[in-house]
Design a protein around this ligand. Structure first.
Ligand code: BGC
Length: 366
């Protein structure tokens, strides 16, 4: 009996010692390794991570308001699942504190990698810190997280979006009075788009051909805020405006509504981006000049592929490094496409992004 007790105690001590030895081998990435080990005894990479286990990706989105985001959500979900991984998706509805809380929950639940669409480029740096403390890597999706040691960034070339908009509008209006309706100041994309726009406008501003008579951000990208901005621009300039560049189709819609109230819709070129259905319809009817099409499927599939590979501990390749104020972030930037009435059929309609009927047969709207 006594001997049994001693043996039992010894066995217990050995188990504790083994467990301690294992935990002493820990380094910064061990929480990730432990999650994978617990999940699957499958093949391991050199770093010790599982390569075939069902890793789990957390996708912390900002909003589903603009038409593109539900598409991003579904395509990202499908792409992750088709790679044999799991995904959990949260939406913060433009609330920074909620986005941080949702990410914290996914971190504590033990996701293998976090993908964020930040509402506020700076506030979400807190998420990156917390994820790293738990050994979880973080990818920025579409919008960059500023001033954080983010591990990867996948997006479209947002500066190019702005360049495409300004090139299309200056080709139609090489001289005149321009209005710039910016995006949300808290979203770094809004800054990149604006940079691209002004890269094209600046030489024409310098030569005196173009005057920017109004230039404002649009809080949270809300169309009614853009409409109010456009109203102010019209009022301040007694309707003497020759062109409008808006940071996305939602804000372009607000601008067109303000122009329409003054009988000016269709008489002043307007640019947007996203290829939203209402914008495609405005292009068909002539109240919006152009949009910038970003094939969301390519973004979602590229990001999902990289996220799952990173979660499995595989090495991934970046195309370029982008400075986010703190580090050079390994990044992949996809190409946006300028769309106007002349190429709408061979781009967004040919791709199945919208159907011909939805765009052109507006009488068939449900
Ligand atoms: C995205 C746009 C979108 C906007 C508002 C930007 O960061 O790049 O596609 O329209 O946010 O959600």
């Amino acid at each position: 009996m006594r001997r049994k007790l001693i043996c039992g105690t010894l066995a217990g001590l050995i188990l504790v010692a083994l467990a301690l030895a294992a935990s002493c081998r820990s380094d910064g990435n061990d929480s990730q390794e432990r999650r994978n080990e617990a999940r699957t005894p499958d093949e391991k990479t050199e770093e010790g991570r599982s390569v075939t286990g069902p890793v789990k990706i957390g996708f912390a989105m900002d909003t589903l308001i603009e038409e593109r985001w539900p598409r991003d959500r579904e395509l990202f979900r499908q792409a992750v699942e088709s790679l044999g991984a799991e995904v959990e998706i949260t939406v913060a509805s433009g609330d920074d504190a909620l986005q941080i809380k949702q990410a914290e929950t996914m971190i504590s639940e033990g996701v293998d990698l976090l993908v964020i669409v930040p509402h506020d480029a700076e506030a979400t740096a807190a998420i990156v810190k917390k994820a790293h403390a738990a050994g979880i890597k973080v990818m920025a999706y579409d919008r960059l997280v500023k001033n954080a040691e983010i591990d990867f960034y996948v997006s479209f070339d947002n500066e190019k979006v702005g360049e495409l908009q300004a090139k299309a509008i200056t080709a139609l209006v090489p001289k005149g009075r321009y209005v710039y309706i910016g995006g949300a100041e808290t979203d770094y994309n809004a800054h990149l788009i604006k940079k691209g726009v002004f890269k094209v406008l600046q030489p024409l501003i310098d030569s005196g051909d173009i005057t920017v008579v109004y230039d404002q951000w649009t809080a949270d990208w809300v169309p009614t805020n853009a409409q109010t901005n456009m109203e102010s621009a019209l009022k301040a300039n007694r309707n003497r405006i020759d062109a409008v560049i808006a940071a996305n189709d939602a804000t372009a819609g607000g601008a067109v509504a303000a122009l329409a109230a003054h009988g000016l819709a269709g008489r002043i070129p307007v640019a947007g981006q996203d290829a939203d259905l209402p914008a495609a319809r405005r292009i068909a009817e002539g109240t919006q000049t152009m949009t910038v099409y970003k094939p969301i499927r390519t973004l979602a599939e590229t990001a999902a592929g990289l996220a799952v590979a990173m979660a499995r501990g595989e090495k991934v390749e970046a195309d370029l490094m982008l400075n986010n104020g703190k580090i050079e972030v390994p990044s992949v930037l996809l190409s946006p496409i300028a769309v106007d009435r002349s190429n709408i059929e061979e781009t967004i309609i040919a791709d199945g992004f919208h159907s011909w009927d939805d765009v052109f047969r507006q009488d068939r709207r449900p």
